[in-house]
Unconditional design. Sequence first.
Length: 236
Amino acid sequence: MPPRSASRSVSPATLKQRMLRQLVCGDRYERQARQQGATAIAGVDEVGRGALFGPVVAAAVILPSRIRLEGLRDSKQLRVSDRERLATEVHACAIAVAIAEVDVETIDRINIYQATRLAMLRAVELLQPEPDHLLIDAMRIDHPCAQTSIIYGDSLSLSIAAASVVAKVYRDRLVCELHALYPEYGLDAHKGYGTPRHKAALLQYGPTPLHRKSFAPVTQSELFLNEESSAQESMI
């Protein structure tokens, strides 16, 4: 009897990605809101919450009641070309689209969770017409209109997925522009997230003014460089 091959372990991240790909992105939550009397339903999502560099960005999108956007789902599940195409289509067909940023200084001052909520609130407040129901990806904000917080909302709700795509394309373009100021960090490749290359650059060059000082890898890089500088001074 031939020996059994050893089973390969699957990482939690891979399992999560497989699960997300099986979710169906549709208009169930939008229809439920309309049944409750809502007429201007906004999907709200953020991008950049976990990044070490740059602002957190939120988008809010009000879609028409009957719409087909081929392949629309969570922006993280899409190829770059598909995100770009869908962002263009969303801007073209949406009733309203709004984008808002919260800068690094504010993130460090009030923490990333509150900064994310603030970015979402700002995006919602920019919408015209004003929404009467919010569909938000796993969060609630300080806004008076009705809200539905949906776990994995960007994979389940078309409106939230549209906001996810719009925010992602906007922030990626912004970070690629900032890459020209700080090319040594490779921002055009990782968009400010904590990849090994990015962390190595932080240890070599230290943080820029647009790095989030309240995030551990950025703080650790500052401590490392300060200790290294002190050690060199003591040898003089």
